[in-house]
Design a protein around this ligand. Structure first.
Ligand code: FES
Length: 619
């Protein structure tokens, strides 16, 4: 078995272990660094530029053709075309990152996104009162500010704050309301938090509202997962249990509060200087977080409680922030297409792409948006949690010990997250395994694992021996007991393949129906943007091999990272982006697959795995 090698990325210092031959782009994604790929990895745009500092990473012909011999000798490489051969240290310039500081200020389309948050801090240096100047403290301050009202909390703090620092104070305005007053000049201390509320994972980014810079990111499992791993089971909880909604809301609020605590611990930013939180999640997550009963989302005709953005304040949600801190929940599109999708559209400017384009966010719920011919169509499919490792017998999340990559080359080659002993398989490993088993003829198009005596004669013995029969079904041995972290053999079971087929078919059927309604053939798609933490790690050839994605050239399939977080950050930093989100939510047409007469047919067809391999293209 090939040994994984250490790959260190500078300046972040993040390190991962990758199999020799892994393309830099893929290793960087595993380290959480999503690079720009406007040409989809065709080696033409040069935007994925990195520089090899030490170690083995020979230049490809495309590197030389695109970058020139001089830059190549200086260590520059195209991350989409250069492969790691040994331990290596690679520098990633900020401009090559998809969600870099520059990118938050400049949209993909090249337009500039002004930093104009709704929160402003203004330092006032006032003349103290005297016998000849006896106006009240409030009048003195309001006269020096743009027209605004004052909250009672700000008024209570005002007299003391003025006199502590010789009438030098900092006023915090949220649009036209003065919400806080502090002694001295604290204008540099102005923060907000953007949160992606996923069904499975919560991700919070602390952002400097003056500069737009990310200060820190914290993530944790959504505590609601203990109530069920998909939104349907959580809606059901709210419908059937008297305190179901309160418990589910309490769980997600507790999760967000833990993230706030963690961000404060990591950065020493005082939470009193966090003035706004913007959250984006699917419709069910957003409603539960706001304490709004989602029961109507669980019965025909699946009606959400609100569509426009929901604005409230931290104290209403028992968030561990100053009580006047503002909370903005994203506008939503329909029953199961929520704020995270709107956030994804504004992050990618999907509505402004030149040709037909798809945004696909693969999670427990898969959201798909098609943009083309001046329309946007969106739908949601219940992909189930297979890609998160759930319902897979040896499945696990993409955490240390997870098999994240599977190659069948003579025998099994595995990439394990964190260079640990394998403990289970995560979503990308599952897709790889299925694609490779299909290629080698160990799996047929109905999704049946073949017995050792049924596979083609060309299959090496080492692979053939891994097909093990148990209880009338064939399973595939990935790792033997002696090599696994659990001291138990790790199998890919026949049942796991069925789970994968269900998730796969749901996504592909959703894509096909949107294309049909939009009047497009799959090959007309100019871009497929893969979003979400999971989407970043998918090997495109393998996703095409199992039929999850249409067989379009790989360079049209691009990774766009966690667009829910990215869009939330944009809305946090700009009032215009909030308004843009609102316009997007109102203009997207919601397609309810449960009402589409062709969904069942599409789904059944997509359950069959493709017989043939689409043309292979460079990853
Ligand atoms: S050259 Fe365009 S993505 Fe690498």
């Amino acid at each position: 078995m090939q040994k994984e090698v250490k790959v260190v990325f500078e300046p972040s210092g993040r390190a991962v272990y990758a199999l020799p031959g892994t393309v830099i782009l893929e290793a960087a994604a595993r380290a959480g660094l999503i690079l720009q790929t406007p040409c989809g990895g065709a080696g033409k745009c040069g935007k994925c530029l990195v520089q090899v500092r030490h170690g083995e990473c020979p230049a490809s012909e495309t590197d030389i053709a695109t970058l020139g011999a001089v830059r190549v000798t200086e260590g520059f490489r195209l991350a989409c075309h250069s492969h790691i051969h040994g331990p290596v240290t690679i520098e990633i310039p900020d401009r090559s990152l998809f969600q870099s500081q520059q990118q938050i200020l400049t949209a993909d389309s090249g337009e500039t996104v002004d930093i104009r948050p709704r929160v402003r801090k203004i330092c006032l240096r006032l003349t103290p009162p005297s016998q000849h100047d006896t106006v009240s403290d409030t009048e003195r301050v309001l006269a020096a500010l743009p027209p605004c009202s004052m909250t009672i909390d700000a008024l209570r703090a005002l007299p003391g704050a003025l006199r502590i620092a010789g009438f030098v104070i900092t006023c915090t305005l949220v649009e036209h309301e003065l919400v806080a007053v502090e002694p001295g000049d604290t204008t540099t201390e102005c923060y907000g938090i953007a949160v992606d509320i996923g069904s499975t994972t919560l991700v919070a980014t602390l952002v400097n509202l003056n500069t737009g810079a990310d200060i820190a990111v914290a993530a944790r499992v959504n505590p609601q997962t203990s109530f069920g791993d998909d939104v349907i089971s959580r809606i059901q909880k709210c419908r059937t249990e008297k305190d179901g909604l309160a418990r589910l809301q309490g769980a997600v609020i507790e999760g967000v509060n833990h993230l706030i605590d963690e961000l404060e611990r990591k950065t020493h930013v005082n939470r009193n200087h966090i003035y706004e939180m913007v959250l984006a999640g699917n419709t069910t997550m957003q409603q539960i977080l706001a304490g709004i009963d989602p029961s109507a989302l669980g019965e025909l005709p699946f009606i959400p409680a609100f569509r426009g953005a929901l604005e409230t304040q931290a104290s209403d949600l028992r968030l561990h922030l100053p009580r006047q801190s503002k909370v903005f929940l994203f506008p939503q599109i329909g029953s199961f297409v929520g704020g995270d999708t709107v956030s994804g559209i504004i992050a990618t400017r999907l509505d402004r792409t030149s040709g037909p384009s798809l945004l696909v966010d693969i999670g427990t719920n898969g959201e798909i948006v098609l943009s083309g011919k001046g329309r946007m169509l969106a739908t949601s499919v219940a992909a189930g949690p297979a890609f998160e490792g759930a319902r897979i017998i040896n499945g696990m999340r993409a955490a240390p010990g997870a098999i994240e990559k599977v190659l069948l080359d003579g025998d099994v080659q595995l990439n394990i997250i964190g260079n640990a002993k394998p403990a289970g398989i995560c979503g990308t490993g599952l897709i790889d395994a299925a694609a490779e088993l299909l290629r080698k003829g160990l799996l047929d198009s109905t999704g049946r694992l073949l017995a050792a005596d049924e596979v083609p004669a060309s299959v090496p013995d080492a692979l053939r021996r891994r097909l093990v029969e148990k209880d009338g079904e064939i399973n595939f041995l990935l790792v033997d007991a002696g090599s696994s972290a659990t001291h138990q053999p790790l199998f890919l079971y026949q049942r796991d393949i069925r789970e994968l087929q269900l998730a796969n078919a749901a996504i592909r059927a959703g894509i096909n129906i949107l294309l049909r309604i939009g009047g497009f053939q799959p090959e007309e798609l100019e871009a497929v943007l893969l979003a979400g933490a999971f989407g970043n790690f998918i090997r495109r050839n393998n996703a095409r091999r199992i039929g999850m994605l249409p067989p379009i050239p790989c360079h049209r399939i691009r990774f766009v990272g966690n667009t829910a977080s990215f869009g939330a950050k944009r809305a946090l930093l700009s009032v215009e982006e909030k308004e843009y989100a609102d316009r997007v939510a109102r203009s997207v047409e919601h397609v309810d697959l449960s009402l589409d007469p062709e969904f069942q047919m599409e789904f059944s067809t997509a359950m069959l795995l493709p017989e043939d391999e689409p043309d292979h293209c460079p990853e």
